[in-house]
Ligand binder design. Structure first.
Ligand SMILES: C[S@@+](CC[C@H](N)C(=O)[O-])C[C@H]1O[C@@H](n2cnc3c(N)ncnc32)[C@H](O)[C@@H]1O
Length: 267
């Protein structure tokens, strides 16, 4: 079930801004109603530390954390047990667990890595029991220089050649698209919103540290280490020209939070 792509995730780098990265998880979790005795899946669970929180808050009987990255899952065993387990797998191929319906499909900061949401959403919705909940959060900051500069550098020599013309962009549609999609898929209730998280970083160079733990994984996955290092150095140089040299540095980060619930009776 797992694709054989290289794994550019670095859990320690990702955890450097732990408090800032966890806040959207808790905001998303606040949208989810308890599902006592239910079955929950955490798609793109990462290290699994938040999967345990999800399990406890939903009061589920069984929660499965699924992730493609071996390096992110390496410590997940510490959070397993008492109804929580972890599996290596690709969300792009996920179509449910053992053919039994799910009560909550949860995905925090992971679906932006999975393309073609027009086919992903019906597939995820089909795994839900009547009254089941879908909850997901994705970064929606493609227009900030932190993201735009990565695309700009990817199109310049020698990086464009090293990348074979590939330019990484998170897969995300407009908020309206998701609201429409949930309605068309028969969700009886929904909540879709964009929230701006304003991060106070020590300086603009910390934006590089931020994206090294997330966005730049899209390039680290595809480039041999020397080419990736050259790409990262060019990105840093360009970004620090574009961003104001202010301390603290205010880094506004938009995120899309989405929740929906299917009708109590089968559609
Ligand atoms: C930004 S991290 C979020 C981790 C965790 N949900 C959290 O909130 O801390 C994104 C995670 O999604 C996983 N991921 C990305 N694409 C995936 C895919 N196609 N299938 C499974 N996991 C994927 C990555 O390996 C990574 O662990």
């Amino acid at each position: 079930m797992t694709s054989q792509r290289p794994d550019g995730w670095q859990p320690d780098q990702y955890a450097r801004f732990r408090a800032e990265r966890e806040q959207p998880f808790y905001d998303l979790l606040d949208l989810v109603e308890p599902a006592p005795g239910g079955r929950v899946v955490d798609l793109g669970c990462g290290t699994g530390v938040l999967t345990r929180v999800l399990h406890e808050r939903t009061q589920a009987a069984q929660t499965v954390g699924l992730d493609r990255s071996e390096s992110m899952l390496v410590k997940s065993a510490e959070h397993a047990g008492g109804g929580v387990r972890f599996e290596r797998g690709d969300i792009a191929e996920f179509a449910g667990l053992d053919g039994v319906g799910l009560d909550v499909v949860f995905a925090n900061a992971s679906l932006q890595w999975v393309g073609d949401h027009a086919s992903l959403f019906p597939r995820l919705a089909a795994t839900l029991n009547p009254g089941g909940q879908l909850a997901m959060q994705m970064p929606a900051n493609e227009d900030h220089p932190s993201h735009a500069v990565s695309r700009e550098v990817a199109q310049q020599p020698p990086h464009a050649d090293a990348l074979g013309g590939f330019v990484y962009r998170h897969s995300i549609e407009s908020p309206e698209w998701y609201a429409d999609q949930l309605a068309r898929l028969g969700f009886a209730e929904q909540h879709v919103r964009v929230q701006v998280y304003l991060h106070r970083l020590p300086g603009p160079e910390d934006v590089v540290e931020w994206v090294k733990g997330s966005l730049l994984t899209g390039y680290r996955d595809r480039l041999p280490p020397p080419d990736y290092e050259a790409f990262e150095a060019a990105y840093r140089e360009r970004l620090l020209v574009v961003l104001p040299d202010e301390r603290p540095f205010l880094y506004p980060f938009k995120r899309l939070l989405l929740w929906g619930r299917t009708p109590e009776r089968a559609r």
